[in-house]
Design a protein around this ligand. Structure first.
Ligand SMILES: Cc1ncc(COP(=O)(O)O)c(C=O)c1O
Length: 386
C-alpha cells in the first residue's frame, strides 16, 4: 500500500515529454529527462538551454532584427555577460560616463582589475570625435558600449556615425537599447553589432519582473556568450521567462500609449511655470531631437524636468494621484524618480518621469494639479502631525 506522501507526490507529477515547455509544478527534472542515447545537444539541464528561453529569444531576435538573442536574469547581467565574453584582458572597453551608473561602476570594479582598460565617455564626447582618438591607440577587438537615449539625461548618440567609427578600428559596437526598446529604435539596422537591454522596463512593462537580453547581428558571437551564461549561471528563471514572453504580446500597445503620453506631458511641462529644463527627445526643440528623429521611430516613455529642490519633488509626487515614486521605469503606471538620490550628476530637483498607459487627459490633469499644489505650498513648512 503506497503511503499518503507518495500518493500526494504522484498526484501532482505528470509525464515529462522532452522538449515540452516548463510546467508550473514540481516536475523534478522533467522535461529534462536524459535520453538513453546520451546526446547532449538536446535540453538536458535548464541552465544550458530550455524551450522556454528559445521561445522568448526567438521573439526578441525578431523584434531587434537580430540573427539571434539570448536571455539572462536582468539588464545588468545582459551587459556584464556581454562585456565578459567579448572583452579580453589587455583589451579596451568604452562605457558611458553619463548613462546608467551601475554599468561604469561594474566596469571599474570588476573589469579594470582584470587588465581591461576602461574608458568613460560622455554623450558629448561620443559626438565630438573623442572616440576615434581613443580607438586609434586601442588594440583591435575593443568594445564600445553606448546608451541612447541616455539614462537619465535623455541625450542621444548618433548610432550610424559611432558604428562607422568603431568598425574602422575593428571595435565592436554594443548599444544599450533599454530606454528606446526595439519598438522605438533598431540599433542593429543602424550598424551596431550587439544590443544589450533590460527587459525589466517597457518590454515586460508591468514592473513585476527582472530580465535582460543580448541580441547579435553576427551569430559567430554566440558561442562566447553562451559559454559565459552557462558557466556564470547568469540565467533567467522559468517563471520570469514565461511571464516576459507573455508580456511581449501587449508591448506594442503599451509602448505606443507611453510614448504618446510622454510627448503630451513634455509639451504641457514646457509651458508650465512651475518647472524648468524639460527634456524629451520627441520635442522638436529638444537638443537631442535631430539625432533622435534620424534613428528612432518612437521616443520612449521618459521625460525629465526640474523642480526647485528635493522638497518640491517629494511634494509633487505626494500630490499626484497617478504618479508612484519608483526608480524603475517603463511600467504601465506613471512613476517618478529623483535621480540625485542615486548620485547621478543632476540637480537636487531633477525628476525622471516615466509615463504609463493612463488616459492622456487624466494624466495631464493630474500632473497639472500636482504641480499647482507643489507651487502653492512652496516654502511653507510641512503640516504638523496631529
Ligand atoms: C539604461 C539601463 N540599462 C541597464 C539597466 C539595468 O537593468 P536591470 O535593472 O534590469 O538590471 C538599467 C536599469 O535601470 C538601465 O536604465
Amino acid at each position: 500500500m503506497t503511503g499518503d506522501s507518495t500518493r500526494c507526490v504522484k498526484a501532482v507529477a505528470h509525464e515529462g515529454v522532452p522538449g515540452s515547455p516548463l510546467q508550473a509544478g514540481p516536475v523534478f527534472a522533467a522535461p529534462y529527462l536524459l535520453g538513453e542515447d546520451e546526446r547532449d545537444d538536446v535540453d538536458t539541464y535548464a541552465r544550458a538551454s530550455n524551450p522556454g528561453w528559445r521561445a522568448l529569444e526567438s521573439a526578441l531576435a525578431d523584434l531587434e532584427h537580430a540573427s539571434a538573442a539570448r536571455v539572462v536574469g536582468s539588464g545588468m547581467s545582459a551587459i556584464t555577460v556581454a562585456l565578459r565574453s567579448l572583452v579580453a584582458p589587455g583589451g579596451t572597453v568604452v562605457v558611458p560616463s553619463d548613462g546608467y551608473y551601475q554599468v561604469r561602476t561594474y566596469a571599474q570594479e570588476f573589469l579594470a582589475p582584470h587588465g581591461v582598460k576602461v574608458v568613460e565617455m560622455s554623450v558629448a564626447e561620443f559626438g565630438d570625435g573623442t572616440l576615434t582618438d581613443v580607438l586609434v591607440t586601442a588594440p583591435d577587438n575593443s568594445v564600445v558600449l553606448v546608451e541612447t537615449p541616455s539614462n537619465p539625461g535623455l541625450d542621444t548618440v548618433d548610432l550610424r556615425a559611432i558604428a562607422t567609427a568603431c568598425h574602422v578600428s575593428d571595435a565592436l559596437l554594443l548599444v544599450d537599447n533599454t530606454t528606446a526598446t526595439p519598438l522605438g529604435q533598431l540599433p542593429l539596422d543602424l550598424g551596431a553589432d550587439v544590443v544589450v537591454a533590460s527587459g525589466t522596463k517597457s518590454l515586460s512593462g508591468h514592473s513585476d519582473l527582472l530580465f535582460g537580453y543580448i541580441a547579435v547581428a553576427d551569430p559567430e558571437l554566440l558561442p562566447a556568450i553562451d559559454r559565459e551564461r552557462l558557466l556564470s549561471g547568469t540565467v533567467l528563471g522559468p517563471f520570469e521567462t514565461w511571464l516576459a514572453h507573455r508580456s511581449l504580446g501587449t508591448a506594442g500597445l503599451r509602448f505606443e500609449r507611453q510614448c504618446a503620453n510622454a510627448l503630451a506631458v513634455a509639451g504641457m511641462l514646457l509651458e508650465h511655470a512651475a518647472v524648468t529644463d524639460v527634456r524629451y527627445p520627441g520635442l522638436a526643440g529638444d537638443p537631442a531631437h535631430a539625432v533622435a528623429a534620424g534613428q528612432m521611430s518612437r521616443f520612449g516613455p521618459l521625460v525629465t524636468f526640474r523642480l526647485p529642490g528635493r522638497d518640491e519633488v517629494h511634494r509633487f509626487v505626494r500630490a499626484a494621484t497617478l504618479v508612484a515614486p519608483a526608480t524603475s521605469f517603463g511600467g504601465i503606471h506613471t512613476t517618478a524618480d529623483r535621480r540625485a538620490r542615486w548620485g547621478d550628476a543632476v540637480p537636487e530637483g531633477f525628476v525622471r518621469l516615466s509615463c504609463g498607459i493612463e488616459d492622456t487627459a487624466d494624466l495631464l490633469a493630474d500632473l497639472d494639479a500636482a504641480l499647482k499644489e507643489t507651487t502653492l505650498h512652496r516654502g511653507r513648512p510641512e503640516p504638523a502631525e496631529t
